[in-house]
Design a protein around this ligand. Sequence first.
Ligand SMILES: [Mg+2]
Length: 167
Amino acid sequence: MSVFLPDLILKDVTYINEKLLKEHNIKGLILDVDNTLAKHGSQELANHISDWLDEMKKLDVKLMIVSNNNKQRVEPFAKKLGLDFVSMALKPMTYGFGKAQKIFNFENNEIAVVGDQIYTDIMGGNLKGMFTILVTPFSLESHFFFKLKRKLENIHINKYKKRNGVK
Ligand SMILES: [Mg+2]
């Protein structure tokens, strides 16, 4: 299977629930920050995400933030949420995911990576043999490079839709 193909595509993280976790035997969730939990660079957490996090904390699943962003951006955000974190994770390299896996102490296939980018979150998670969940980014970056990347990502998203019969 292609490393660019997510196992699941969801509208946002709040579609992850107890049933979905059980169905895929997921015991640990690795969460991206920028455009997955919050707008790019923002410390603010949307209400629906905050409610979802409260629900997840009640379940038998461990949560951790793994971000390519720097410590100054990630640490205050993670602290506010009461979550452990790995910053400067070098996704799609598997360094950050490996670190999270050791802390979780679960098998790779019991861990899901959740993020908005195919070339970092999804590719890295797939390389590590983790379950991968792509979510729709909060806000699309306007910079040319990001626009190009999103275009390329759509190729893989369309493949996923074709394979899963989603229109
Ligand atoms: Mg992101």
